[in-house]
Design a protein around this ligand. Structure first.
Ligand SMILES: [Zn+2]
Ligand SMILES: [Zn+2]
Length: 324
């Protein structure tokens, strides 16, 4: 009998689904690509044909220009050769999808990046029963346990109220994290205008066009120093300590990232207010997901593979690290 899942071939530059003649998240231009989500390590420009959710295609077009795109809605059934393909919400960023593949009675789920906690900016992760579950392991160590989102967000408003003459400058990645910080603030009743760096404008607009309410956003560059006192300003992490931030009134520097769990990283970046806020599953979310899905095999990629493979072994789940 053939080996489980031997019809797909995980390579360093993408996952080749052989009987469908297609690659998942290829890092170089391919004739046919399936793309899980818009982050640059998954979505590249230059493919001859791309299948992705409408949101992911819109993100790719915003970043790379027009795409030869085939929009695929969540749950829509699609046949590629003999392989049934379905995009399922991954809960990671707007439009993010797991890709479920079914071929000759075997189901493989390529999860891309995912998380399990609530996120007002995207559809929640849906577990899919499968034979092989390919999981990321960005935070695949027991030390990574993300705190409650609301508690982290409250740190921003607390700092703001305690320092009415300063502003709070939040470093957040342009795709996903920035919009999530804004939407979480709104969900907790923060109605003041939020000021954004110009590099975030296009993706914030795209989220709004796709129905994610972000409230009143203003361009930070057009505001005076006085206007920015007592305000929240969001910028890409690279702008936190550069010339751009000198326009701001004595900013309290915050950074929203799962890596803020590591104190040293916050110190290195000169972050006064670390917010542990991640779009990736933490250790408990990873292990709970594997328990819930109970696949015959787990293939681990994208991060700290060893600890998660070991965890699977101790629970009699066959697992291996994809050394990509
Ligand atoms: Zn991602
Ligand atoms: Zn990723």
């Amino acid at each position: 009998m053939a080996k489980l899942g031997d019809w797909i071939d995980p390579q360093p530059h993408g996952i080749h689904v052989k009987p469908a003649g297609v690659w998942i998240d290829p890092s170089r231009p391919m004739p046919r690509a399936l793309v899980t989500h818009g982050h640059a390590d998954h979505a590249r420009g230059g493919h001859e044909a791309v299948w992705a959710t409408p949101e992911t295609l819109a993100i790719m077009e915003a970043r790379y220009g027009p795409q030869a795109g085939h929009p695929v809605a969540y749950g829509e059934a699609m046949l590629m050769g003999e392989v049934a393909v379905r995009f399922v919400p991954a809960g990671h960023v707007l439009g993010s999808a797991q890709i479920a593949l079914e071929y000759r009675g075997e189901t493989i789920v390529v999860s891309g990046d995912y998380k399990r906690r609530a996120d007002p900016t995207c559809a929640p992760f849906e577990p899919v029963k499968c034979d092989v579950f390919i999981t990321e392991a960005t935070f695949g160590l027991p030390v990574f346990r993300h705190p409650e989102t609301g508690d982290e967000i409250d740190k921003l408003t607390t700092a703001l109220h305690a320092n009415p003459d300063r502003c709070v400058l939040v470093g957040a990645y342009a795709l996903g994290k920035a919009q999530r910080v804004i939407a979480e603030l709104r969900a907790r009743g923060f109605d003041d205008p939020i000021y954004i760096h110009g590099a975030l404008q296009r993706l914030c607009d795209l989220y709004i066009e796709h129905g994610v309410a972000l409230g009143e956003l203003r361009p930070a560059t057009e505001a005076s120093k006085a206007e920015l006192k007592g305000r929240i300003v969001i910028a890409p992490p690279g702008a936190l300590n550069d010339r751009w931030s000198r326009r701001l009134p004595d900013p309290i520097t915050a950074m929203a990232s799962g890596w803020m769990r590591i104190r040293q990283r916050a110190v290195q970046r000169g972050v006064e207010l670390p917010l542990i806020l991640s779009d990736h599953a933490d250790w408990d979310e990873l292990t709970d997901t594997l328990t819930e899905i109970a696949p015959r095999e787990v293939w681990v990629t994208h991060g700290r593979e060893e600890a998660l493979v070991h965890w699977c072994m101790t629970r009699q789940i066959k697992a291996r690290a994809l050394a990509l």
